[in-house]
Design a protein around this ligand. Structure first.
Ligand SMILES: Cc1ncc(COP(=O)(O)O)c(C=O)c1O
Length: 374
């Protein structure tokens, strides 16, 4: 008999979500926008602190698209982007007719290398193509090197779009991820630490930018009694029904972060003695929500042997993100690499990490890995 499926990261409702969804139905706020959207935005603003304002949107990808447009990215511009990330970090660069320039990762956080970022900026400036924005990502919930990236961005006066899709609940020196960029974004996709089924948010300290984001996200309607448009708009706002799910999920965010961190600690304590497996520790002052627990093996073959052994036990695992400079869709893009992200992709595996995993499921994962490696 096939053992029951263990998922990589599945939605985990807290119990109050349906109350807010019912409220939307009972008051007939099924149309887009309404009290759940307002309350969900307020809840995120309170959680993030740091005087940010938030616009709830239909996805994290939509938030990146609007964010880049608000930072002035347009056709022919260049935008620097971390290569080691999901394609959604960079796709909106192409939506805007701009060109990505990919930068490799460093070993302490697996995120954008400050040295290579500087090299890329200097090179592009030398070629009279100063980048319009930098997309830095807190991958798997681990904050990027906030201070180093910020000081380089400021030195060259290039704004940061902070991709915090995977990092709600993470922080650096107690300050929440999502609040470090000129514009930050969050994702509430089904596999994220909390979910609205599908959804995202744009985060900024600049209220004018937030209002502009909402204007663009609601078809860029000018003020007039009729439909008047002097700008291309989008239909990117979050629905009031889905925001109800988000309100319920915000009530349990802290528990979700604790549960994911417990998963990581369990894997670490159970597997760290195996000489062929290593983990990514939190540098001092860094707090990761441990969205996904990742391990590094010693080579591609071992990673694949482990992945297949887990699959055989009906356990879902996933190789670490394939760097974007290796993706066919971005094959012609400029890139500044030192091999770090390629090695991570070759050797790394994401283990089941949901906040709703049972101890029995976690034990199954560990036993399967130990059986292969001993
Ligand atoms: C790093 C990263 N950026 C952007 C996104 C896009 O978010 P969404 O799926 O909400 O569009 C995701 C997740 O899907 C992601 O993991």
């Amino acid at each position: 008999m096939t053992p029951t499926k263990v998922w990589l990261s599945s939605p985990h409702m807290g119990g109050e979500e349906l109350n807010y969804v019912h409220e939307a139905f009972d008051t007939n706020w099924v149309a887009p926008l309404g009290p759940n959207v307002d309350a969900f935005e307020k809840a995120i603003e309170k959680e993030l602190g740091n005087e940010v304002c938030v616009a709830a949107l239909s996805s994290g990808t939509a938030a990146i698209h609007l964010g880049l447009e608000l930072l002035g990215v347009g056709p022919g511009d260049e935008v620097i982007c971390q290569s080691f990330t999901f394609s959604a970090s960079a796709n909106p660069i192409l939506y805007l007719g701009a060109n990505p320039v990919f930068v490799d990762s460093e070993k302490d956080t697996w995120n954008m290398s400050p040295e290579l970022l500087r090299e890329a900026i200097e090179d592009r400036i030398k070629n009279h193509r100063k980048p319009k924005a930098i997309i830095a990502v807190h991958l798997y919930g681990m904050p990027y090197k906030i201070e180093e990236i910020r000081s380089i961005a400021d030195a060259y006066e290039i704004p940061i779009l902070e991709d915090s899709a995977e990092a709600l609940g993470s922080s650096f020196r107690g300050i929440s991820c999502g609040t470090f960029g000129d514009i930050g974004i969050l994702s509430f996709n089904g596999n994220k630490i909390i979910t609205t089924s599908g959804g995202g948010a744009l985060v900024t300290k600049n209220k004018v930018l937030r209002d502009k984001a909402i204007f663009l996200a609601t078809q860029a309607r000018d003020e007039a009694p009729h439909y008047q448009h002097s700008h291309v708009g989008y239909n990117y706002r979050m629905s009031n029904v889905l925001a109800g799910i988000g309100r319920g999920q915000m009530n349990v965010l802290k528990e979700r972060v604790s549960a994911r961190r417990r998963n990581y600690d369990f894997y670490l304590n159970s597997l760290a003695s195996l000489k062929d497996i290593s983990f990514l520790p939190e540098p001092k002052d860094f707090f990761s929500n441990r969205w996904l627990s990742c391990i590094l093996t010693t080579c591609y073959d071992m990673r694949e042997t482990l992945r297949m052994a887990l699959l055989d036990q009906n356990i879902e695992s996933r190789p670490l993100w394939k760097p974007l400079h290796l993706q066919p869709v971005f094959k012609d893009s400029k890139h500044f690499m030192d091999g770090t992200s390629e090695r991570l992709f070759e050797k790394g595996l994401c283990l089941p990490s949901g906040s709703n995993l049972s101890q029995e499921e976690l034990d199954r994962v560990v036993e399967t890995i130990k059986n292969v490696l001993s």
